[in-house]
Structure formats: structure tokens, C-alpha cells
Design a protein around this ligand. Sequence first.
Ligand SMILES: Nc1ncnc2c1ncn2[C@@H]1O[C@H](COP(=O)(O)OP(=O)(O)OP(=O)(O)O)[C@@H](O)[C@H]1O
Ligand SMILES: [Mg+2]
Length: 223
Amino acid sequence: MTKKGILTVALKIGFATQKGGPGKSTDARGTAVGFAQNGWAVKIADFDLNQSTSTRWLQRRLTRGHKPEVSVEQFGSMAHALARADDYDVIIFDGAPRASKDTAAMAEACDLLVIPTGLSVDDLDPAVELADALHFKHGIPIERIAFALNHVGDSMAELEEAQEYLSQKPYHVLAGYLPQKVSYSRAMDIGLSVIEVSHKGLRAQAEQLISSIIKRATALQSK
Ligand SMILES: Nc1ncnc2c1ncn2[C@@H]1O[C@H](COP(=O)(O)OP(=O)(O)OP(=O)(O)O)[C@@H](O)[C@H]1O
Ligand SMILES: [Mg+2]
């Protein structure tokens, strides 16, 4: 991976959904820490102005002195966030709970736009609708849109069906997924990310998803 300071234009990764709660902030923080562990200077742009969840997560992280450092700042518009982007090697847009016209602006700016989703049809349909709207209405290239599976329960049949459903769509499905585990939410409660949980197996599981986000985004930037 490219190290801090070498890039002049920041890599840009966005997390957006139509529904609230599928894991934008969870994936955004994991991705931020993944880059920071590799020496990149990272900024999370928190667009959740009402709840400021990633901003508050950073406060918990700072209070406990967790390393590596990541920085989080709240922004009310993409224009403001983009004006600061190139001070960092990578800027990660943690989208507001629901998609809005700003979501298209975010996707237009991003090297990679990730749509986290659960496995039920109630989650998958809005995820695909958002991808379709971004591609067909706003012209976002297919290869820049990717789904990330989250809240995966203990049914392999449900996981396989969701993967099969998404594989029929033109967009990328990221390798790896996050199982639904209290260890992940508890880790974030104390300012850690999903790739910093103490349980080795769950850490490895999260690392698989986060490294596929990092690989895909860096590959797209060099295009
Ligand atoms: N794999 C998981 N296992 C357990 N808890 C999870 C998992 N992923 C996310 N959570 C928890 O689910 C909740 C919602 O996740 P998160 O905040 O990442 O979603 P979001 O898409 O950012 O939500 P919002 O739309 O409100 O911004 C949080 O409490 C988070 O800790
Ligand atoms: Mg969030």
C-alpha cells in the first residue's frame, strides 16, 4: 500500500444506504483503522449531523488512547468535505442515515462507494435500488459501486441466497462479511473498530471484509 505523504490526491471511499442502520459507520471506522494501520493519514467525514456517531466514537477512542490515530470531522456538505480531502491520504465519507441528494454527490466524488446491507429481502431491495439510482440516474460507473454484507446471522442458507441474489446484479459484491456479533458493537462502544476486537476469529473475519474494501478502492484509484 502507498504510505502517508506520497499521494497528492486523497483516495475517497463513501458508505451510503437508503435505510438506516446496516453498518455504514461500522464499515467506515474499520476501513479508516485499516488504512491507518498501514501508515496512511486518514480522515472520516461524518455526515450524520443529528447523531454524530463517528464523532462520538472518536472521542471514546481518544479518551482510551487507542492507536493508530484516525481523525473524524463533521461536515454538512460534500463541498466542505472535499475542500479538506487532500490534507489526507484517504478520506472516508460516513453517510447520513438515509440517502438524499447528497448521496449522489458523494458517489460522484468517490473512487469507491460501498453500500452495506443485511441479508433479508427488506434490506437487499433498498440496497439494489440505491445502486441502480446511482448508476442509471447519476451515471456512477458500475465498478465503483460495491455491496458489503453485514448483520449476517447463523444461517448459511440465508447468506448464500443473499450472495446469489446480489450476484445477479451488475455491481461488485465485496469478499468477506460481518457476522452479527456483540463483540463488534461492544468494541465500538469503547472506541475500537471491528478489526480491533480481541477475539482472533472475529478479528480475522472483519479483516477479510475491510481488506477487500481497501484493495478494491486502491485499485480503482489507480485507474
Ligand atoms: N456485525 C455487527 N454485529 C453486531 N452489531 C453490529 C454489527 N454491525 C453493526 N452493528 C451495530 O448496529 C448498529 C448500527 O450500525 P452502524 O451504526 O454501523 O449503522 P449505520 O448504517 O451507520 O447507521 P445509521 O444509518 O444510523 O448511520 C450499531 O449499534 C452497531 O454497533
Ligand atoms: Mg452511521
